[in-house]
Design a binder for this molecule. Structure first.
Ligand code: NDP
Length: 458
């Protein structure tokens, strides 16, 4: 049994991720678990006094109503260090400030994270150290593999948390509970009965001043490569024996290793587009290319769609379409499972009889099952109804769940090294076709449903 973490060292503590997401989540976690004793050591290039650092912490904690004895203890013991974390001597000094089992959270630009990992090879690391790394993990399969090779020289794979905050623990477990705690879904959960699966994450938000990151990533890498393929692997996995890290991550890895772009053709199985000026909820948005910091020559897509196949006995022939975009007219975050049509409809029944669709909505977590029934009045007439349920919110913010996994040495929800490489392998043919221009970059007005000639998905 490994020891749970007593010092959390955040590198990049003065950055946006830290102040806006990590620290509020940490405050909430300690509020709910006052029995936890945790020291926090912050490090960044910015020169902050301990008083500045305390003020940053208090402001972040306020956003999550953090309070209680563990929060107070942390506030009174925390320190901040202005260092260049890419220098081995400075990392040695920083680690000497940490007591007991320590976790390092890399809240740094990815290129700096890679340099720190290199620097750490020259540092004697304390026993039991855990490493938490943010997305994007590499920029392609070879760079992800190189980073993995470097990381496993530092610590065992079980101590590496490649953070995927997208699906919180409650959402993952909701999906597993629905599939595996009911007799009615699992026997139908295959190419025998399922026609197609669509995983959609459409946002109304535009670029939101994130050109520095997004203009290099685009919708395919930002969402499909790093998050939606992970969601797909949970939807398509074989039943795991337990919810432990090993079983869950093995089951996800098996799905991803069998995943290919449908028909192997990016021309037929992927689409990309970029928003032009438009209006969303009464707010005017400029064209993506006119947003501050955007280089039009990057040809960055703000809407990406790709269809994959999972080449195994259960899923052969079922298209899995993953789509995500910005500045769209409606927010849509869902997994839509469309069942095959019934083999025979008794003659005499009439009216609309679309296939059954199970929709699992993300954030807020809800579901609906769209069925055909004989409605009121004419008993021969079919009507469409929707049965709905709400899963309810999780106890912690998404980053609270991430931090809890790191602090308790539980990598169940984080991305395993081989899986991170697989996700790059899966999207590589699309990235290459998009780079050489063989798939056109379409356009859509901000606030619309996407390019007018794109066929809508379920
Ligand atoms: P920021 O640029 O806001 O912050 C990066 C931090 O790293 C800054 O505090 C910066 O200090 C520090 N830093 C950079 N180089 C060094 C160095 N050599 N030594 C010490 N400190 C250094 O980035 P974000 O916080 O936005 O992002 C961090 C990571 O989190 C990225 O991988 C990003 O992709 C990921 N992420 C971010 C999200 C967000 O909403 N912000 C969401 C999900 C993931 P200084 O300012 O002094 O240079």
């Amino acid at each position: 049994m490994t020891q749970s973490i007593s010092t959390l060292l955040i590198l990049g503590a003065s950055g946006d991720l830290s102040s806006r997401l990590l620290l509020p989540a940490l405050g909430q976690l300690l509020t709910q678990h006052p029995e936890r004793t945790l020291r926090l050591v912050g490090a960044g290039r910015e020169k902050l006094t301990d008083a500045d650092w305390q003020a940053t912490l208090k402001a972040s904690f306020k956003t999550s109503d953090a309070a209680g004895s563990a929060v107070k203890k942390l506030l009174s013991s925390t320190t901040y260090h202005s260092v260049d974390v890419t220098k081995p001597q400075e990392m040695t000094r920083l680690l000497a400030e940490c007591t007991g089992a320590t976790a390092i959270y890399f809240a740094l630009p990815p290129a700096v994270t890679a340099l720190v990992c290199e620097a750490l090879t020259e540092v004697e690391l304390p026993a039991g150290i855990e490493l938490a790394l943010e997305k994007p993990f590499g920029v392609d399969e070879p760079s992800a593999a190189a980073l993995n090779a470097q990381l496993v020289k530092l610590v065992p794979e079980e101590s590496i948390h490649r953070v995927d905050h997208f699906l919180g623990r409650s959402t993952v477990f909701n999906l597993l509970g629905l599939r595996f705690a009911n007799r009615i879904f699992e026997p139908l959960w295959s190419n025998q009965h399922i026609e197609s699966v669509d995983i959609v994450y459409d946002e109304q938000l535009g670029l939101e001043s994130r050109a520095g990151y997004y203009d290099h990533a685009g919708a395919l890498v930002d969402m499909i490569q790093s998050h939606l393929l992970q969601v797909m692997s949970i939807v398509a996995m074989e039943p795991p024996a337990t919810l432990g890290a090993e079983d869950l991550r093995d089951a996800k890895g098996i799905v991803l290793r069998a995943t290919r772009l449908k028909g192997g053709s990016a021309k037929r199985s992927s689409r990309r587009a970029r928003y032009t000026a438009g209006t969303i909820n009464g707010k005017k948005l400029p064209s993506y290319v006119d947003e501050e910091g955007v280089r039009p020559a990057h040809d960055t897509e703000t809407l990406a769609e790709a269809t994959f196949e999972i080449e195994n006995w259960r899923w052969a022939g079922v298209p899995f379409t993953l789509r995500s975009g910005k500045a769209l007219g409606a927010r849509r975050r869902e997994i839509a499972v469309t069942f095959k049509p019934v083999p025979h409809l008794p003659s005499g029944l009439h009216g609309p009889h679309e296939p059954t669709v199970l929709r699992i909505f993300l954030a807020p977590d809800e579901m609906s099952l769209e069925l055909n029934i004989n409605g009121p009045g004419d008993p021969f007439e079919l009507e469409r109804v929707s049965l709905g349920a709400t899963f309810g919110p999780g106890q912690l913010l998404a980053y609270g769940e991430v931090l809890e996994g790191v602090l308790d040495n539980d990598p169940a929800l984080s991305v395993r090294g081989d899986t991170a490489e697989q996700c790059w392998r899966i999207v590589a043919p699309i990235l290459s076709a998009w780079r050489d221009g063989s798939v056109p970059l379409d356009e859509y007005p901000a606030g619309s449903a996407g390019p007018a000639d794109w066929k809508p998905i379920a």
